[in-house]
Design a protein around this ligand. Structure first.
Ligand code: IVH
Length: 696
């Protein structure tokens, strides 16, 4: 439950903080408070008003649109531009729907679920198909005229495809890519960069006194003047007229369907390319809306389901310079820990040095950190008004901080001119790690010694190490040296997935390596895959495919050397995928080591489809399997590997799409959820047994 304030003074202070934050929010270019803090403060003000109705200020932010922050202009809206109430969890959403049902005396005919764009509300008037006026929301009653700047927003055309007279309402925002462009332009004129895409959109939209060519985008979520059909149909009609809209949104019949659509939006949020801060749920039918009505602040027929904030503020403790396995040199932000959408973030990328200088971020600054989906957290900008006195701009390194070599600055991403050779220590440690080739006893100190002795520069050299040479090292001795050499030699039989993991192909990790190995089966097949072939692997888009292909070319010499040392380059149990793939290899392995299929069936050479593996469906496609709790004898990574070896696809979360949940000791909510959803459950022991009886 939200804590109310204890004193009227605290309550009033909170209101004035909300006002300041709202003013900054609606007017840009700076932000005073991050959204999560703003929402918490608002909730506490509302809780205080519930407990002490006599304290309530007449112009309380809980009653008015824009909390008094919007700049009021002289364009009076045809009908007030209202705000939306928020919910933050499923329970409160259900309560909202139940309340709406009570108001209507029956469930709403249908609900729509659409993204809540993190931008600025505008009303755009079209007369006879021509855009004539655009105004901001202001205080909800009247807003500022921003016609000039808004004309450039993509998705808000100058001319509609038909000469209709309508008023479109929607959100002006800036895409992530345009945000970079906007900051480039702004800093080129000597102005401080925007801290956040929404401030950039606000600053650009209201910059009427100068020419600002920063790109803007628009998405409509409402329209007046297109008849009295359902909201979903109106949005489709708007799209037909040439205006970007929420057309294509989910139309739902029940709260369960709404929740599924909300979760799908949240899950896909990182890939949108622009910020959304929630989902908006609306009654689709005009009759339902009319019956439900509105308060002075917000409609009762709609609600915002806010997602956990993807942007928070925190203090930038330091900027460190890291050198990656391939010699790429990047600035990394060390942060005061901050929770962003359920994850504690302690570091974030600053992309590259040009970007860092352009964003004008300094150690000691309060910075905005954004974590969108699974993307690595990034710093979007600094709060310049909170910069500590005497802070110094960050000095990019003059030489490679790892080997003191020259830096190649010809690309945006700086690189040590020694490339992979500079990163040998990291590369070897990564190759030997437990989740890669699992070479026990090959730790950081030993790696340093063999590098310093000139014995090893890449993973292939490890296989040439001899017992007497190692035994001569400080604190080694015959016994440990023998053990280590044995461990190194034993790693030659690791499956292809682990070799790939160990090589540290950029833009891949453990699970992508497993997918690549499962798809191509042999290193030869992978090396001859085209960029298009690579994209047949789940999760490989065009950008990743290009990087992987380039990385493999780069790695070819070391791969050849590994092959010559006898390192296995095939995936056990490999069978080519049944459908789509024309390029996947057949059972004929080009490296002569056999196709590792264990006699369960021919891998398709004579046209017969192979018998499915235990975790494959009838049609040969992989089952989606979640392993929760511990499986005897396996680490978490090994559990996931096992799933894939048995033909399945491992996933981290349970949903309706999950086929099977393996439940071991210590399993928690995932097991409960699987039971609730009626998904097949397999005890971990049974899974371990299946693995024993199936694997080669
Ligand atoms: S409907 C009368 N739909 O969120 C209700 N609003 O927090 C009008 N917003 O004022 C709003 N995406 O500026 C609606 N798909 C969407 C939206 C959306 C973003 C903004 C809008 C609104 C604010 C409320």
């Amino acid at each position: 439950m939200t804590e109310p304030f204890d004193t009227v003074d605290e309550y009033r202070t909170a209101i004035s903080q909300i006002r300041d934050a709202a003013a900054a929010y609606y007017s840009g270019p700076d932000l005073a408070m991050d959204d999560a803090d703003y929402d918490t403060l608002m909730a506490r003000v509302a809780a205080t008003e519930d407990r002490h109705p006599d304290w309530k200020a007449e112009d309380s932010p809980t009653e008015v649109v824009a909390a008094g922050g919007g700049v009021v202009g002289d364009v009076v809206h045809s009908e007030p531009m209202l705000s939306l109430d928020n919910v933050f969890d499923e329970d409160t959403l259900r309560k909202w729907a139940a309340r709406l049902e009570r108001l209507l005396g029956r469930p709403a005919a249908a609900y729509t679920v659409e993204p809540k764009i993190d931008g600025l509300a505008i009303a755009a008037r079209y007369e006879d198909g021509k855009l004539v006026q655009v105004a901001t929301r202001g205080d909800g009653r009247a807003g500022e005229d921003v016609t000039g700047q808004a004309r450039r927003a993509a998705g808000l055309p100058e001319q509609l495809t038909e000469p209709v007279t309508i008023e479109v309402r929607g959100e002006v925002f800036m895409t992530d890519a345009d945000f970079d462009v906007a900051n480039g332009m702004r800093t080129a004129t000597g102005e401080p960069p925007f801290a956040h895409p929404r401030s950039a959109a606000a600053g650009t939209l209201r910059a009427q006194d100068r020419t600002y060519d920063a790109p803007l985008s628009f998405l409509a979520y409402g329209v007046r003047g297109l008849g009295d059909g359902p909201h979903s149909a109106a949005m489709a009609e708007l799209a037909r007229l040439g205006v970007s809209s929420t057309d294509g949104m989910a139309v739902c019949a029940s709260v369960d369907d709404i929740l599924a659509a909300v979760h799908a939006l949240n899950a896909g949020r990182g890939a949108l390319g622009y910020g959304i801060d929630g989902a908006v749920i609306k009654a689709d039918q005009p009759a339902d809306r009319e019956l439900a009505g509105s308060s002075s602040r917000a409609p009762r027929w709609g609600i915002a389901y806010k997602f956990p904030a993807d942007t928070r503020t925190t203090r930038l403790k330091a900027i460190e310079v890291q050198v990656g396995r391939t010699g790429v040199i990047t600035p990394v932000a060390v942060l005061e820990p901050v929770q962003i959408s359920g994850v504690i973030v302690t570091s974030a990328t600053l992309h590259n040095f040009d970007d860092l200088v352009r964003r004008n971020v300094r150690p000691g600054d309060t910075v905005f950190v954004r974590r969108a989906g699974d993307v690595i957290p990034e710093i979007t900008g600094a709060k310049l008004d909170e910069r500590p006195p005497g802070s110094e701009p960050f000095e990019p390194p003059a030489r490679c901080p790892r080997c003191d070599g020259e830096i190649d600055r010809t690309q945006k991403r700086w690189r040590c001119t020694r490339g992979r050779a500079c990163g040998a220590r990291e590369a070897l440690a990564y190759y030997a790690a437990r989740d890669s080739m699992d070479i026990e006893g090959l730790g950081g100190k030993l790696i340093d010694m063999v590098i310093a002795a000139g014995l090893v520069t890449d993973p292939a050299d490890l296989y040439d190490l001899q017992v007497p040479t190692l035994a001569a090292f400080d604190r080694m001795g015959e016994v440990s040296a023998t053990k280590l050499v044995n461990a190194i030699q034993a790693s030659k039989t690791q499956p292809l997935a682990r070799v790939l993991t160990g090589l540290g192909v950029r833009m891949t990790g453990r699970s992508m390596s497993r997918r690549l190995a499962a798809h191509f089966g042999t290193m030869d097949a992978l090396l001859s895959a085209s960029v298009a072939d690579l994209q047949e692997v789940e999760g490989v888009g065009p950008e990743r495919a290009v990087t992987i292909a380039a990385e493999l070319v780069d790695l070819q010499p070391v791969i050849a050397r590994l092959v010559s040392r006898g390192v296995n380059m095939t995936e056990p149990n490999f069978r080519p995928r049944p459908a789509t793939s024309t390029s996947a290899p057949t059972s004929t392995s080009t490296d002569g080591s056999g196709d590792a299929s264990d006699g369960v069936g021919d891998a398709g050479a004579d046209g017969e489809p192979p018998a499915p593996l235990p975790l494959q469906r009838e049609d040969g496609t992989p089952m989606t399997v979640v392993v929760t709790g511990s499986v005897p004898g396996l680490t978490r990574n090994e559990g996931n590997e096992a799933v894939e070896r048995l033909g399945g696809r491992s996933s981290g979360s349970v949903s309706k799409k999950t086929d099977l949940v393996v439940v071991g000791e210590g399993a928690g909510s995932k097991a409960t959820k699987a039971e609730e959803l009626g998904i097949r459950i397999m005890p971990a022991e049974e899974f371990a047994e299946l693995l024993r009886t199936t694997s080669a």
